[in-house]
Design a protein around this ligand. Structure first.
Ligand SMILES: NC(=O)c1ccc[n+]([C@@H]2O[C@H](COP(=O)([O-])OP(=O)(O)OC[C@H]3O[C@@H](n4cnc5c(N)ncnc54)[C@H](OP(=O)(O)O)[C@@H]3O)[C@@H](O)[C@H]2O)c1
Length: 275
């Protein structure tokens, strides 16, 4: 396996892309994973690598991303690059995205938004800073970076955008409504994006996981519960949904009827429930 090291053009915002790319494999298209250190994103990265995709792994923790990239190259013999991405540094997003396009020589075919932040509901009720962080990481920053991705793919008239929202956005509950509100905004945004990009042939998938065993839910869930899915199961569902050009994915599937039931409860009853 031959290996080349490519240095990205210097980025004044600090999101330089450090690259270790393997060159002896025909790429089946580049996919940018935003928030690649997330539990679901890691499983997705392995799943996409198995299909031969080249990946840009973007996120804050460069050490972790570099380890993941090496692992992917070793196991699957794919191109795997690492890029610095901070969701809340909106000003850096245009240059970050341009660097990604340059790194893939204009062959970026997909973007997966996998990062997110969930603080305890009580914290977001006491501190507006905490509430704003939840809203900005899960929603505002997504508007910023997805707008870059949408414009690029729309011009190319192909590709896909997958966005991890949540079942929490389907109905506001007292236990999680700040995070739920941010995800509801994200769901509506991706719905509109799908409508806008339809005529250009760009596919937009809204992903709504239920409970998934990751760092985000560590200590909050009984991982033995049949309602709790593994990141690998969710990643498989996501890849299948992209291939089939599905629009909205509930993963695992049973969250669709569960959420339909929850959404059908009249508000007069729902407001008295402890959910
Ligand atoms: N786990 C669940 O039960 C569940 C259910 C429904 C939806 N979701 C959604 O699924 C997605 C993935 O969740 P997960 O459970 O896999 O997450 P996770 O393992 O907790 O990882 C969260 C990711 O978000 C990144 N992140 C947080 N704040 C960021 C910021 N300001 N800038 C850049 N990156 C930031 C983290 O980066 P660092 O590594 O640098 O901290 C990490 O990569 C999220 O959108 C989440 O809301 C999860």
């Amino acid at each position: 396996m031959s290996s080349t090291s490519i240095e990205a053009p210097a980025a004044s915002t600090g999101n330089a892309v450090s690259v270790q790319a393997t060159t002896d494999r025909v790429s089946s298209g580049w996919v940018l994973i935003l928030g690649a250190t997330s539990g679901i994103a890691r499983a997705l990265a392995h799943r996409l690598s198995q299909d031969g995709h080249s990946l840009i792994l973007a996120g804050r923790n460069q050490e972790e991303l570099t380890r993941l990239a090496s692992d992917l190259r070793l196991r699957h013999n794919v191109n795997a690059e690492v890029a610095e991405f901070s969701a809340l540094d909106y000003a850096s997003h245009p240059e970050f995205f341009e660097n990604c396009i340059r790194q893939t020589s204009g062959r970026l075919k997909g973007v997966l938004l996998c990062y997110g932040d969930m603080l305890p509901q009580a914290a977001t009720e006491k501190s507006f800073d905490d509430a704003r962080r939840v809203i900005d990481v899960n929603f505002t920053s997504a508007v910023s970076i997805l707008s870059q991705a949408a414009t690029y793919l729309e011009e190319r008239k192909s590709g896909f955008i997958g966005v991890i929202s949540s079942v929490a956005g389907d109905r506001g509950r007292q236990s999680n409504y700040t995070y739920g509100a941010a995800k509801a905004g994200l769901t509506a945004f991706t719905q509109g994006l799908r409508n806008r990009l339809y005529k250009s042939g760009v596919h937009v998938l809204t992903i709504k996981p239920g409970f998934v065993a990751t760092r985000m839910t560590a200590g909050l869930l009984n991982t033995k519960s049949p309602l709790v899915a593994s990141p690998e199961k969710v990643a498989n569902d996501i890849v299948r949904a992209i291939k089939r050009r599905r629009t909205v994915l509930y993963t695992p599937w049973f969250w669709r009827p569960i959420m339909a039931l929850i959404c059908s409860i009249p508000e007069s009853i729902f407001r008295k429930m402890k959910l």
